[in-house]
Design a protein around this ligand. Structure first.
Ligand code: DHE
Length: 584
């Protein structure tokens, strides 16, 4: 059994609440009600760490407000943004968690709040006190803090963006042809999360070509349609635009688009390649369209508005995944809390046309099917997958994933021996993998239905991966509390999926990496351009050794281990070709 210290270290590393294999009080997770908030799914909630760093003042106190000093209020705000805002909302109006506005908190009173925070609830509230995550003093502060009006963090509109916008190398001063001998299409951009950097690693020689400074707790990379510009976004909403044609690839433009953000994408429609970039923010709730050559912000659009079904106002609907259509000059934007998928037409941004599709609340991540026509995306707290026809611009289906909290990343496309083209997602809350039929013409009876459910290693899975040339489906489980499971990957053979209970092979990735210290997690497989090898991150604590493990896709044997002191907390990996062509 892993020590509590190690588990806690990972919880901090992952910015998620404690995955509860063993708590400080020694109570095992198995003794708690299943629906208790300490499952990997409940724990995997946004942490607004950047917002937590802003200075706030106590909103005008009213008679009867609890006594709180400015210092305590600042500490309470930081704790609230880091731990609570992901579920209860920055403005405390509720999201996956209940609203905590003062009309409610005052009605319930100090003792109720204190005990709720300490012991949690079967409805999903983690037991912050008994798990050892928060001390009694911190809980006392949080209970008092919640009785006071919440502070509203500052907005971040065009003037604030322009103040951060930097063009480090002007377009006219950039090379007119590729100046290096790097095989750009087979380059991997690797997130070095806690270092706030990315590593550019050669897909053939495994050489690190460059380490580039990026935003705080850097999150994802996306590539411009031409393959020249790499866009990287940090959780602090800082975007770095890196020119891969330069002799030494480097940042040529930068802009900060908000206080908290997770997504960036570029225009991919024929005729619009490299023209625009877009980024979505958690705070303020908005997206911004930028010039694809310079990152100059052009248009900022708020996502505040009505929830798709109840048509009640939501003050902070966060922007989650954004994907570029290959069929229309449109960005497809997931708006979490209102459950709307926006098709943002970038052909005329002065007269912006946005198609608003009613989907489901709590939209998170997703990707395209193998034809690139359909976008499949998880409304993860609703256990549903929305299917958008990017050619027609409409909702095609809502599919139950029949597992708890689907988390596909971009998903994986397979050619199933019975059902033809299918798209796969794994789940955070259980070991199931849902295969959904995606071929309405060739396999109309199976399209937009869950055609098969596979059983992989366990809950806590974040990403699945395959490749058109591969006979394998890889399923990770980095947030599983069992160290052996989170250190491994399950692999299904695609041509054996017609068996009644398809079996999987387990790849002991951490063991292959030869890392004994810490409790590293294996996360996010990514194929090289050719599709004959898949890379996994062995994600350890910041001060411990991490690695990338390269697996031979044909033999499922270890091919190579990339280790380097500069590889600090590697997580996401983005192969240039596969990312720009949406191959997964
Ligand atoms: Fe991510 C994608 C949000 C935590 C690694 N993550 C995404 C996307 C969103 C998102 C909205 C889709 C972007 C897109 O396609 O445009 N992630 C969040 C969170 O809100 C959350 C849960 C908590 C937080 O505070 O940020 C979160 N994510 C994590 C991690 O802890 C991970 C595992 C490690 C890390 O580097 O931070 C992580 N997220 C990733 C990766 C992708 C991603 C690797 C891209 C997957 C892909 O294949 O495209």
């Amino acid at each position: 059994m892993n020590s509590f210290r190690e588990i806690r270290r990972f919880a901090l590393l992952a910015s998620v609440a404690l995955p509860m294999a063993v708590t400080a009080t020694g109570i095992s997770a198995q003794e708690k009600p299943k629906e208790h908030g300490d499952t990997p799914a409940a724990a995997y909630q946004p942490s607004m760490t950047t917002l937590g760093q802003i200075d706030v003042e106590i909103p005008g106190l009213k008679p009867g407000d609890p006594v709180i000093s400015q210092e305590e209020f600042q500490a309470g705000t930081k704790m609230y943004f880091e731990r609570c805002a992901g579920c209860h909302g920055v403005l405390r109006k509720g999201a996956t968690g209940k609203p905590l506005t003062t009309d409610i908190t005052r009605e319930n009173g100090y003792e109720y709040l204190r005990d709720f925070i300490k012991y949690g609830s079967p409805g999903g509230m983690p037991n912050w006190g008994t798990s050892g995550e928060l001390t009694d003093e911190q809980i006392d502060l949080m209970a008092r803090y919640l009785l006071i009006e919440p502070p509203a963090p500052p907005e971040f509109g065009m003037p604030e963006m322009m103040a951060t916008w930097k063009v480090l190398v002007k377009p006219e001063d950039r090379p007119t042809k590729k100046m290096n001998d790097i095989d750009i299409d087979n380059l991997f951009s690797v997130t070095l999360r806690d270092a706030g950097q990315i590593a550019l690693i050669d897909g053939k020689t495994y050489e690190i070509h460059a380490i580039i400074e990026t935003g705080y707790a850097v999150h994802i990379s996306r590539i411009s349609a031409s393959g020249r510009y790499l866009m990287v976004i940090g959780r602090d909403a800082l975007i770095n635009m890196i020119d891969l044609w330069m002799e030494q690839p480097a940042t040529v433009a930068q802009v900060k688009v908000g206080a908290e953000a997770r997504s960036v994408e570029t225009s991919k429609m024929e005729g619009w390649e490299d023209k625009y970039a877009i980024a979505g923010s958690y705070w303020p709730p908005q997206y911004v369209i930028m010039d694809g050559n310079t990152l100059e912000p052009k248009k900022v659009v708020s996502t505040r508005g009505m929830i798709y079904d109840t048509q009640e106002y939501h003050p902070e609907p966060r922007v989650a995944a954004i994907i570029a259509s290959h069929y229309r000059p449109e960005f497809i934007v997931n708006v979490k809390e209102t459950g709307k998928i926006l098709l943002v037409d970038y052909s005329d941004i002065k007269n912006l046309k946005v198609t608003e599709i009613e989907a489901e609340r709590f939209l998170h991540d997703g990707g395209l099917d193998s034809s690139k026509r359909y976008f499949l995306t998880a409304a993860n707290a609703r256990n549903k997958i929305a299917v958008i026809d990017t050619k027609e611009g409409s909702l095609t289906a809502m599919v139950e994933s029949e597992g708890e909290t689907p988390h596909p990343g971009r998903g994986a496309n397979l050619n199933h021996p019975i059902y033809g083209p299918v798209w796969a997602t794994s789940h955070l809350g259980d070991e199931t993998v849902a295969l959904i039929g995606t071929d309405p013409e060739g396999h109309p009876d199976h399209a937009w239905k869950m055609v098969q459910q596979l059983f992989a290693l366990g809950g806590g899975s974040l990403f699945v991966k395959s490749h058109p040339t591969s006979n394998h489906l890889y399923v990770d489980a980095p947030l599983n509390p069992d160290a052996e499971i989170s250190a491994s990957v399950a692999v299904f053979k695609v041509d054996e999926l017609d068996k009644e209970e398809p079996e999987y092979t387990v790849l002991p990735i951490v063991e292959w990496a030869g890392i004994a210290e810490g409790q590293p997690r294996v996360v996010q497989g990514e194929f090289n351009k050719e599709g004959n090898e898949i890379w996994f991150s062995v994600w350890n604590a910041k001060d411990l050794e991490s690695a990338l493990v390269v697996v031979d896709d044909k033999t499922l044997e270890l091919k190579h281990v990339i280790k380097d002191p500069r590889l600090v907390t590697p997580t996401g990996k983005f192969n240039v070709f596969n990312t720009r062509q949406d191959v997964y």
